[in-house]
Write a protein of this length. Structure first.
Length: 245
């Protein structure tokens, strides 16, 4: 009886051979978009010639570090003394912020997010104000005379202590987020009426740009079923002790 020896096992599997023989350029072409983006991000981050982050210019409403940390809220104004300049505020990395004692990590992420939004010009309420003195800006009503029967009313920012008639058109700037209600009432966030009733005033306030965190109900989505189950058990126990069951 002749025994047939089994064929020797290949050193490489077919899939390994295809991968080894495929050129690198072809492999990159078959990568998913997510893999390609991760590869590009890692290569750009490791490049020694990476550009430093852009430093945005201060605005009339947010002219310094203290005002910026005040309006974004989350208690970040207590860290004002840790930033020696406006450039330091927008150039320090997350690791450097941790060394300065800005904790917890979600607070650092929140600060980094607002830094990027400010770079892109995505300001909060009042960020487009042009005439600001000591953290205060005056709003007045501009009436358009194009339609005499139904004039349009706009909320504009004017220099402090001046009326609309005393300003040129170049000095008047429209303001987002505010409107005229009734005859001469300006309504909008943080707008308080002036004493003479002719307009309103906005003042820099703690947390006026803050992104409010959500409030967990019954332990949040992951623990809601368990928490509510324990509540029902406790309620039934109390009802039995009162003799209601």
């Amino acid at each position: 009886m002749v025994r047939i020896k089994p064929a020797p096992k290949p050193f490489f599997k077919p899939q390994q051979l295809r991968t080894a023989l495929t050129p690198i350029t072809c492999r990159a072409a078959f990568q998913s978009p997510i893999q390609q983006s991760i590869r590009a991000a890692s290569s750009s981050s490791s490049s020694p010639t990476s550009q430093p982050p852009a430093i945005p210019s201060p605005t009339p409403f947010v002219p310094d570090v203290q005002t910026f940390l005040t309006v974004i809220g989350r208690g970040l104004s207590q860290h004002t003394s840790k930033f020696p300049s406006w450039e330091a505020l927008f150039s320090l990395t997350s690791d450097q912020l941790r060394e300065l004692g800005i904790e917890p990590p979600r607070t650092r992420r929140y600060l980094l997010q607002w830094r990027q939004r400010f770079r892109l010009g995505q300001y909060g309420i009042g960020g487009d104000l042009q005439h600001v003195e000591d953290g205060k800006a005056d709003l007045k009503i501009l009436e358009s005379d194009k339609d005499v029967l139904n004039p349009h009313k706009y909320v504009v920012n004017v220099p402090a202590g001046r009326s609309v008639k005393e300003c040129s058109l170049e000095e008047l700037s429209r303001v987002r987020g505010y409107k005229v209600q009734g005859a001469k009432t300006i309504v909008g966030p943080y707008a308080l009426p002036l004493k003479d009733g002719e307009g309103a005033r906005i003042t820099v306030t703690e947390g006026m740009w803050e992104d409010r965190r959500g409030h967990k109900i019954d332990g949040g989505e992951r623990r809601r079923t368990e928490v509510r189950y324990k509540k029902r058990i406790a309620e039934r126990r109390e009802m039995r002790e009162r003799g209601e069951l």
